[in-house]
Design a protein around this ligand. Structure first.
Ligand SMILES: [Fe+2]
Length: 367
């Protein structure tokens, strides 16, 4: 067999995707989280893998999909939440802007699968299938072995149920709930995802009519999470828009690291937090560190994180900010509080063992 005769579209896909293969899966598995810390990896969009010194591993919004892959008929479904919001009908050109940095089927264990809400870029049938089909288990508060729970608001549980996730796996949560798991506590808080409020169950022309109807209960559709860990408290705001109620969460909870869904909203659309919203959120939450996420994933919502840095520097002394931003990269690790003072993430640069082995060069002057 020659290279030419054995190469097909299928071999190309298998050899190329996911782009990072099992690299990140190996990193996460091999990580020993230092006492008094919490390690997190950014999986893209709002997907986070969180790991503690007690080996609690949870995923929040792990997602394995993508955006548009063809122009199709060029139309948006008339009942799509963004069509509901702004009355557009032209297809949204939201192509996935980032590589896949993990292989969902390569993970061997996890303790809980969490979703903030049920939009397509926050839940994964592939991950759900793998967790269930590989028989992953965890231990509950009493030390009993149980199947890995799927934790989310009502509509996320409805979607998992529709995919075939067994009933006894589903843990429907609403603001005020709390779940303990190994050395973490998951506190469920209000979401402020107003795009979720205008999401209807069907997206064809017969979708629910929302005009004049009092909004459905956000608590059924979306939640935020505060993950209390030995390394600090991590606030995941899902796809929340800005709300003054962040201040209430900041008064009621000790928040160390806050994730904000940041994006450059196209004209006519309001879906992601702006740079100013992100700064206001971190200030209201009284967080120590603000980490913008979600900005990475959509070509048509792509912002420049330097905008946050610029405005942070402009406002920090006037507003006496007690937090600073951290600018992450997809696939990167952030350990809190070990990395607390970092502002910019850079992937490991390698070559730290330079000149520790014989070189093979004609003369040193060639260097
Ligand atoms: Fe989203």
């Amino acid at each position: 067999m020659s290279k030419i005769s054995e190469t097909t579209r299928k071999t190309w896909i298998e050899n190329t995707f996911p782009e990072w293969g099992t690299w990140l899966v190996e990193d996460i598995k091999n990580e020993k989280v230092p006492e008094g810390n919490v390690a997190m990896w950014w999986l893209g969009c709002t997907g986070i893998w969180l790991k503690t010194p007690g080996d609690a591993n949870i995923t929040i919004d792990l997602w394995t999909g993508n955006g548009k892959r063809t122009h199709g008929n060029g139309k948006m479904a008339p009942g799509h939440q963004m069509a509901n919001m702004c009355g557009a009908r032209k297809m949204q050109p939201n192509l996935r802007n980032i590589p896949f940095v993990f292989d969902p089927f390569a993970f061997k264990s996890v303790d809980a699968v969490l979703a903030t809400h049920y939009h397509q870029d926050h839940m994964s049938p592939e991950w759900a299938a793998h967790v269930i089909n590989s028989g992953m288990t965890t231990v509950n508060e009493l030390g009993e072995v149980i199947p890995v729970p799927f934790i989310g608001p009502k509509k996320s549980c409805d979607l998992w149920r529709k995919w075939g996730v067994p009933e006894d796996r589903l843990v429907e949560v609403k603001p005020g709930d709390s779940i303990r798991l190994k050395d973490i506590e998951i506190v469920v808080l209000d979401s402020f995802d107003r795009t979720c409020l205008v999401t209807t169950d069907t997206t064809d022309e017969n979708r629910d009519e929302l005009t004049g109807i009092c909004p459905t209960d956000m608590d059924d559709k979306a939640v935020n999470y505060l993950i209390k860990t030995p390394g600090g408290n991590i606030y995941h705001s899902g796809d929340s828009h800005y709300s003054i109620y962040f201040a209430k969460h900041g008064k009621g909870h000790d928040i160390d690291v806050a994730f904000a869904s940041f994006g450059e909203n196209p004209v006519g659309m309001q879906d992601k937090m702006t740079s100013v919203d992100c700064l206001r959120m971190a200030e209201a939450l009284k967080a120590n560190v603000l980490i913008p996420i979600h900005w990475d994933v959509w070509t048509n919502f792509a912002p420049d994180c330097e905008e946050i840095k610029l405005l942070y520097d402009f406002k920090k002394d006037r507003n006496e900010y007690q937090f600073h931003p951290f600018f992450w990269q997809v696939g990167g690790k952030y350990t809190y509080p070990a990395d607390k003072n970092k502002i910019y993430y850079h992937h490991p640069r390698g070559f730290d063992d330079c000149f520790e082995h014989p070189q093979n060069i004609p003369f040193r002057c060639a260097l």
